[in-house]
Unconditional design. Sequence first.
Length: 70
Amino acid sequence: MSDIYDQATDQEMMDRDLAIKAARSQNQPMKFTSHCKYCEEHIDRGHFCNSECREDFEKMKKMKHLSGRK
Ligand SMILES: [Zn+2]
């Protein structure tokens, strides 16, 4: 009985660990490249030339994420 309980706990901990790692890798700061991440317009700061590009980039990222699932 206790063995089954231990296994379940280990699995839960592993799942949680993976979830945390996945969340961390998604939240890594993007490198500054001096170009808009979406349209590659030259920019002095940030990652996008305007908020529209940022929104479109986020949408694109979500679409890629969704289409990557099989
Ligand atoms: Zn842009």
